[in-house]
Ligand binder design. Structure first.
Ligand code: GZL
Length: 328
């Protein structure tokens, strides 16, 4: 199947439809002709994930897709087990957000052998054979990291908080091995490379959780001198860092600048309050596009290899303007 990349509008106008199973005769989809989808979710580690799960569950409900849903609690073995159970149940289509990039090859081969199409959402897998999945729906994480780094380079003057001529950045990484963690770090590093006064002096995973971000930031405040900036791979770790910075008697957003990614409500509130300095949006509302892609795949229609969600960025002033209207 010829595939291509499609930059999808952030909100594809969607007619609500009752998606009907168009798989092969022996597909184990529900008897009443509705599509049966097996979805293996990463977990419930962050505000972004909660919003992502809500979008998928609500859209399935609205569009008459029978959704079998599992929460892997951040464990790859649980995701693999869930996918295997969907294969045994002969669902019409499987979708999941791979907790990490590697280690899914064999279970994807089992799904292919069973004739069940797979759609990747949110996070990508690193596989040789891209025919193991139909399409990838999600963000360009490298671009998200670049946007964060470019803002810092553009705002370098007032980011050298201690005035030593160097801008020392500590990085709170997402889950080790996860596509957003790998790619956001890559994009950020490439962007700040433009300014020789900037460097990442310490970097450690906080596993995308608020508690993880707080604990790692506490250790950085003990071990590192002259921290000017925190770059957190998601809002939740940035919010944890705020707690650690305040507990150390410092003012987040002023004594230490903070840049995060996601733009969930709690992050946007902290941005509007001045405790975070800049947020790069990562859109979790993938439900409508996922159900649309599932219908196309089961109808045998051509789908793009990659559907990249459109996203924006927010300054403190912009956050104050949009906070009341945020959907997540
Ligand atoms: C990004 C997603 C990341 C979010 C985190 O698409 O995979 O996982 O940035 C979430 O908040 O935990």
């Amino acid at each position: 199947m010829l595939k291509k990349t499609l930059i999808a509008a952030s909100a594809i106008s969607m007619t609500v439809m009752t998606l009907s199973a168009c798989g092969s005769d022996d597909s184990g989809g529900s008897d009443d002709g509705k599509i049966t989808m097996g979805f293996a979710q990463v977990g419930a580690e962050s505000g972004w994930r909660t919003a992502n799960t809500k979008s998928i569950q609500e859209t399935a409900e609205a569009e008459g897709v029978e959704l079998k849903f599992t929460d892997a609690q951040g464990k790859q073995e649980n995701q693999i087990q869930a996918i295997r159970s969907y294969i045994q149940q002969k669902v019409d289509v499987i979708a999941f957000s791979p907790v990490v990039e590697t280690g899914f090859e064999s279970v994807l081969q089992e799904a292919k052998a069973a004739g069940i199409p797979v759609i990747l959402t949110d996070r990508a897998v690193d596989v040789e054979d891209t025919s193991l999945y139909e399409t990838f729906l999600g963000s360009d994480f490298v671009l998200e990291g670049e946007k964060a780094g470019e803002w810092l380079v553009e705002n370098a003057d007032d980011s050298d908080v201690d005035g030593d001529g160097k801008i020392n950045v500590v990085q709170l990484e997402g889950t080790t091995g996860a596509a957003p963690a790998i790619d956001r770090a890559e994009g950020f590093a490439s962007a700040i490379g433009a300014d020789p006064s900037m460097s990442v002096i310490a970097s450690q995973t906080g596993d995308f959780t608020r508690e993880g971000g707080k604990q790692v930031m506490e250790s950085f405040l003990q071990s590192e001198e002259g921290i000017d900036v925190v770059f957190a791979h998601n809002d939740d770790m940035g919010l944890g860092a705020i707690e650690a910075i305040e507990a150390a008697g410092l003012e987040p957003g002023k004594d230490i600048k903070i840049i995060t990614i996601d733009a969930v409500k709690d992050g946007m509130a902290a941005l509007a309050e001045g405790k975070i300095n800049y947020i790069v949006e990562c859109n979790p509302l993938l439900g409508p596009q996922l159900m649309e892609l599932a219908k196309k795949v089961l109808d045998g229609e051509e789908v793009p290899e990659r559907v990249v969600t459109e996203e924006t960025t927010f300054t403190q002033e912009q956050a104050a303007d949009v906070l009341a209207d945020r959907q997540y």
